[in-house]
Design a protein around this ligand. Structure first.
Ligand SMILES: [Zn+2]
Length: 132
């Protein structure tokens, strides 16, 4: 029964190589598997849903992404547990990826919301949240 669940999300990226390194690492930590590969894109699938990353064409580079503008603000994923959030947070730091809302971490989303927030290479915000 997949009715209504997200089938896929497709995101244009400025540099496919950078995005593949980042998203491949993160999504595979969450159990996603590489699903499709072609010269302009890559996708990863978990269950019935997949995420697609496609190299944007240079002619569209002059309008850059900003999550405060109209459009996507962030993508949030379930972690396994609070410990899992902590492990990924540690690994993000090891990789030199900065954590957002550091002073509030891991409760930047509220007292009952154990999560880490960070950015992908195009500064799309990503959230990993422990189940409640
Ligand atoms: Zn959120």
């Amino acid at each position: 029964m997949s009715k209504g669940l997200i089938h896929h999300v497709e995101i244009n990226v400025s540099n496919l190589e950078n995005s593949v390194a980042f998203w491949g690492w993160f999504l595979e930590k969450l159990g996603y598997e590489l699903y499709q590969t072609w010269n302009k894109g890559r996708s990863w699938k978990l269950g019935e849903s997949y995420l697609v990353f496609v190299q944007a064409e240079e002619i569209y580079f002059d309008v850059s992404y900003h999550r405060k503008q109209v459009g996507l603000n962030h993508l949030a994923f379930y972690a396994d547990s609070r410990e899992h959030v902590d492990l990924i947070t540690w690994q993000l730091r090891q990789k030199g990826i900065s954590i957002l809302y550091k002073e509030l971490h891991p409760f930047a989303g509220g007292k009952e919301h154990y999560a880490v927030f960070f950015e992908d290479p195009d500064r799309i915000k990503v959230e990993l949240v422990a189940p409640g």
